[in-house]
Design a protein around this ligand. Structure first.
Ligand code: FES
Length: 174
């Protein structure tokens, strides 16, 4: 009887240890399956739009791609045609051209000339204006605009806000 009681106690003790071990293993496995916090955040790039200077191209990064950010001067905004201005991203009253910095022809990175206020793709001579529209072929379309969401004074690349969705629906960007 005594032995049985002892065996019963030992059995329960082993059972408890095994259960704790199993839970520990499950927690460890879940940690392995969960993406790292840095990976979760990797799809998004948050830009503080207050740091950019007018007519000075900044090149940021989103998902490994170069992102052009060009803050327009008041004159640039005033000179724009309707086709150019629909590409503007307006944050806190300032107008920006934000686009994926890859030529839509074969993917070279165009360079910005602040004097002429246009982009030249050296690979095949394609040109884009300061709004990102094509002014000289072979690029088949303007620079693509990445998914974005305006949040106060910041732009979150990788999220699809209403302004971006409108651009998609109206064919301003692919
Ligand atoms: S890759 Fe830009 S013009 Fe060909």
């Amino acid at each position: 009887m005594k032995n049985n009681t002892r065996r019963g106690f030992m059995g329960k003790a082993f059972g408890a240890v095994a259960a704790v071990g199993a839970i520990g293993s499950l927690v460890a496995m879940k940690k392995t399956w969960d993406p790292l916090p840095s990976v979760k955040a990797a799809g998004f790039t948050t830009l503080d739009m207050s740091v950019y200077q007018e007519n000075k191209l900044a090149v940021e990064k989103w998902r490994g791609k170069p992102i052009f950010v060009l803050k327009k001067t008041a004159a640039m905004v005033a000179d724009q045609t309707e086709i150019q201005s629909v590409r503007d991203i307006v944050v806190d009253g300032a107008h920006y051209m934000v686009s994926i910095g890859l030529c839509t022809h074969l993917g070279c990175i165009p360079s910005y000339n602040a004097n002429d206020k246009d982009f030249l793709c050296a690979c095949h001579g394609g040109k884009f204006d300061y709004a990102g529209e094509v002014t000289k072929v072979p690029p088949p379309r303007g620079l693509d605009i990445p998914p974005f969401k305006i949040e106060g004074n910041t732009l979150v690349l990788g999220e699809k806000g209403p302004e971006y969705m409108k651009m998609k629906e109206t064919g301003v960007t692919l």
